[in-house]
Design a protein around this ligand. Structure first.
Ligand SMILES: *Cc1c(COP(=O)(O)O)cnc(C)c1O
Ligand SMILES: [Zn+2]
Length: 442
């Protein structure tokens, strides 16, 4: 492939690094890096040709291009040779019209993008395939890498463990003890990762892993490693592709460490630079009120930003007080005329339950995004005629404890408005019949 990409410092220094260097922050000024592409070269192919190339590959079997991440390889990570790619067929998740939920909240054109319908049950696979493929290529080229490590709120570790297992690379995951769901804890264990359960929160895990990866020959897989952003940005391309290359008015996305909202913006901006789209959607980033540093910054017009101590929230994957990608996220929100909204525990839990009643099966983070949508519609910021896409970030099946406790009325600070409990009965005809008629006559 003639296309080139490299790491570049997002600060003023603009230093560049090769994509196969073990570097996560600028060595000159300490800023984050981002992957830059030779847009000049990419622009030589007309937009219509990019669209037909990506459509031709989409969900087909020509390996690895049927993966919606690798189907866009030229714009994702052209330097990885096909033989080094570690893919479990990413992307291609369903984008569907949530008609009944839309009707209930008064948004006619509401769509949900189910990024939880990935191999490990969250959008994290989209980025991890790129990162692990690059590590695989580095190892194949003779680099000494002892393992790949991440701090995680549960989904990053699941994705890292699966992709490393598929490649035969050692994965090491740092989890905050007692702050991830049972499903998320067992995923890396099942995939053979060294799983370290630490007596701290996510921010504490993050601090430790940065030290380990700086001092030892261990590769860092957190989203400050901007290779992941390249995979995750394909969700922006895929949404537009699934809408037959039309751009919605709004995209709503939950944010914690803020890598994903940065990725969404990057994907859209690059499509715009290639002439594939002509307008930009507005972006709404949704945070849990218990961990809302970006929301607080938004309220100051992004003039200030202060990390917070994240408090306990059911939306555990975004229980983050000091987001690594905050600068990138604020830049994106400014470019996309963005807004930030927050959701309390009561709001996010009831939003999940309401959505589930219309056939979804939402994770708490998706509940944060939906609650934000409901509030933005109420405030009139999102109009009833707007075309809205909500990004659902993980599969609801990872969060059975959350749903169980909701319906049992056991979630703190939550009044369950849509609780539905099993009816326990003797196995007798009359008892069963009267229970049915009592329920349906209500
Ligand atoms: C990682 C994650 C998020 C947050 O993404 P960030 O890039 O950290 O903002 C949201 N929801 C789920 C389910 C996640 O796993
Ligand atoms: Zn720099």
């Amino acid at each position: 492939m003639p296309y080139k990409a490299w790491f570049q410092c997002i600060g003023d220094c603009g230093e560049k690094y090769a994509l196969d260097e073990m570097v996560y922050e600028c060595r000159r000024c300490g800023e984050l890096l981002e992957v830059r592409h030779d847009m000049e070269e990419l622009r030589k192919k007309p937009a219509a040709e990019w669209k037909s190339l990506w459509d031709a590959r989409y969900r087909r079997t020509e390996w690895p291009y049927g993966s919606s991440v690798w189907g866009k390889k030229e714009l994702v990570c052209p330097a990885v040779r096909d033989e080094n790619i570690v893919s479990l067929y990413e992307g291609g998740s369903n984008l569907f019209r949530a008609s009944r939920l839309g009707e209930q909240i008064g948004v006619e054109n509401l769509w949900v993008k189910l990024c939880g319908n990935e191999h490990t049950g969250s959008f994290k696979d989209l980025g991890m395939t790129v990162l692990v493929s690059m590590v695989n290529q580095m190892i194949a080229g003779g680099k000494k890498i002892l393992g790949v490590a991440c701090a995680s709120t549960g989904d990053t570790s699941a994705a890292l463990a699966a992709y490393c297992a598929a490649a035969g690379i050692q994965a090491i995951v740092f989890l905050p003890r007692g702050k991830v769901s049972t499903a998320q804890l067992i995923q890396p264990i099942a995939n053979g990762a060294l799983t370290l359960s630490l007596d701290t929160d996510f921010d504490g895990c993050m601090q430790l892993i940065r030290q380990i990866c700086t001092r030892e020959n261990i590769y860092l897989a957190n989203s400050m490693n901007s290779l992941r952003v390249e995979g995750q940005k394909t969700v922006a391309i895929e949404i537009v592709q699934q809408l037959d290359w039309e751009v919605p008015d709004w995209i709503i996305i939950p944010g914690g460490n803020l890598g994903n909202v940065s990725a969404l913006g990057k994907g859209l901006m690059e499509m715009s630079e290639l002439g594939i789209i002509r307008k930009l959607p507005r972006i709404a980033c949704a945070q849990a009120a218990q961990a809302n540093p970006l929301y607080r910054s938004y309220r100051t017009g992004f003039a200030e930003f202060h990390p917070v101590k994240a408090k306990r929230t059911a939306a555990t994957a975004i229980q983050i007080g000091n987001p690594v990608s905050v600068k990138k996220a604020i830049k994106v929100l400014k470019e996309f005329n963005g807004v930030v909204e927050e959701a309390t525990e009561d709001e996010l839990s009831n939003a999940c339950a309401l959505a589930d009643r219309t056939g979804l099966y939402t994770c708490p983070h998706t509940g944060v995004a939906l609650a934000a949508l409901f509030k933005l519609v109420k405030k009139g910021q999102i109009r009833k005629s707007d075309h809205v896409v909500v990004i659902s970030t993980a599969h609801g099946l990872k969060f059975s404890e959350f749903k169980t406790r909701y319906h049992e009325g056991k979630l703190p600070e939550v009044t369950p408005r849509y609780a539905n409990l099993p009816v326990e009965l003797p196995a007798e005809y009359e008892a069963v019949k009267s229970a049915i008629f009592k329920a349906i006559e209500k």
